[in-house]
Design a protein. Sequence first.
Length: 574
Amino acid sequence: MDAKTFDKSKLPSRHVTQGPSRAPHRSYYYAMGLTEEEINRPFVGVVSCWNEAAPCNIALMRQAQSAKKGVNEAGGTPREFCTITVTDGIAMGHQGMKSSLVSREIIADSIEVTMRGHCYDALVGIAGCDKSLPGTMMAMLRLNVPSVFMYGGSILPGKFKGKDVTVVDVFEGVGMHSAGRMSDKELHELECVACPSAGACGGQFTANTMACVSEAIGLALPGSAGAPAPYESRDEYAVASGLAVMRLLADGIRPRDIATRKAFENAATVVAATGGSTNAALHLPAMAHEAGIDFDLFDVAAIFKKTPYIADLKPGGKYVAKDVFDIGGVPQILKALMEGGYLHGDCLTVTGKTMAENLETVVFNRDQTVIYPVSNPITPTGGVVGLKGSLAPDGAIVKVAGLKKLTFRGVARCFDREEDAFEAVSRGDYKEGDVIVIRYEGPKGGPGMREMLSTTAALYGQGAGDKVALITDGRFSGATRGFCIGHVGPEAAVGGPIALIKDGDVIAIDAEKGTLDLEVDAAELERRRKTWKAPANPYQSGALRKFADQVGPALKGAVTHPGGKAEIVCYADI
């Protein structure tokens, strides 16, 4: 691709490279070894969430170098930068998890301000863990410059006693250990083998769920989400992503041309079909918000309700991301859904072609048991279900993939923070039939809407995964399994019904009908409301204070600004 194809006078980078007044700016580029010809090319930001916090992120800078090669080959000048990420596996189970959802906003904001400050013309984003995937795609939709997303790849499965294991087995091992079902030696052996390589958690947890979303929504190249992080084919996809972003720049195709309302429906479909993370019901509305599209929890739940569950993936099933890659990758999932009539095939993608055109040459692999055809699904409706009722007027979400029983009625056992619930569970201080309530963990009340994997995994490890239910205004990890309901809204901190529950109240859950009800008389709830007072936020400075002040409800994605609908000037048009 000839660099002369691009008219710098119409690109944002003209503000830092063109004309006599920009001589000081150009002097900086010469200082970094750029030639005059390279300065006159389009500038492409290549961002990764590389860090040494966890294995999810350590392979990302390697892949960024390959993406830069693709940009350079196609006539662009790549400009690499890094942003933060908070890795949930490390942050889980303590106060650090308050930083997790906050990090999504910081990632999006930091990519935005870096692109704005330096006037880059296009973006390749490489992310590896949980909030970094939606955060990067949110920035792409906010900026609306030609963009290609790429997942950094999953971890290889560990082996323990002849079986594939993931980090979730270690979390559940903690529960088994507390119940006397696993020795100190066995737990240590498990923790040493569970995570054998670079890459994000291997089950259909949040990272792999959002990686599937990146292909289904059209912001990533077909097949790019599949290969595990250590595989060299990831570098080939990174080069291809660099080439692709330059084609998008030449053709004037932007993220909002791709991520339409119908594309978001495709994204929600792949989440339901794979039994993906409930976090997607938070991230898809947040991504849509950036593009000025109304797509809230109930819109996501409507797609979930009519989508078959076809992927036998952990934590509800048997297989991990590498198994999906081995049988043909995410295009196999999309092909199965397309053949069944569950996808909008006319949606544009970063290839410049439609979803249907991308899948035209894909043949569904029938010689495998990882992905089922929609004619023979694992269950006829999705692996994730939306709920609504007197306890959740603004909705809630539950992953039903792998659950044998879809209804539960029991008595409330209330905790006002996760640590207290975890301690009670560790002591075995609960009864079969209890509904454990963890509140004041919502976006504002947490603040930060923590995930509850430590508590849910401990319950499962103790063998109580189907004997108790757990509801929260916080979140669950994509790795959570059992009857666990999150995103209950309105949250407790703003006086939602979850704040008014008392120990012994009866709670009824029906994931078949999609209901979540508190069986307490309305008059009694009103009496309780009159004496209820919101607890003070102990975080009165820094990022957590700002997040608590700005964040909206989980129903709409827990976003912190007015979004694309309020936009007057789009960055891409400066």
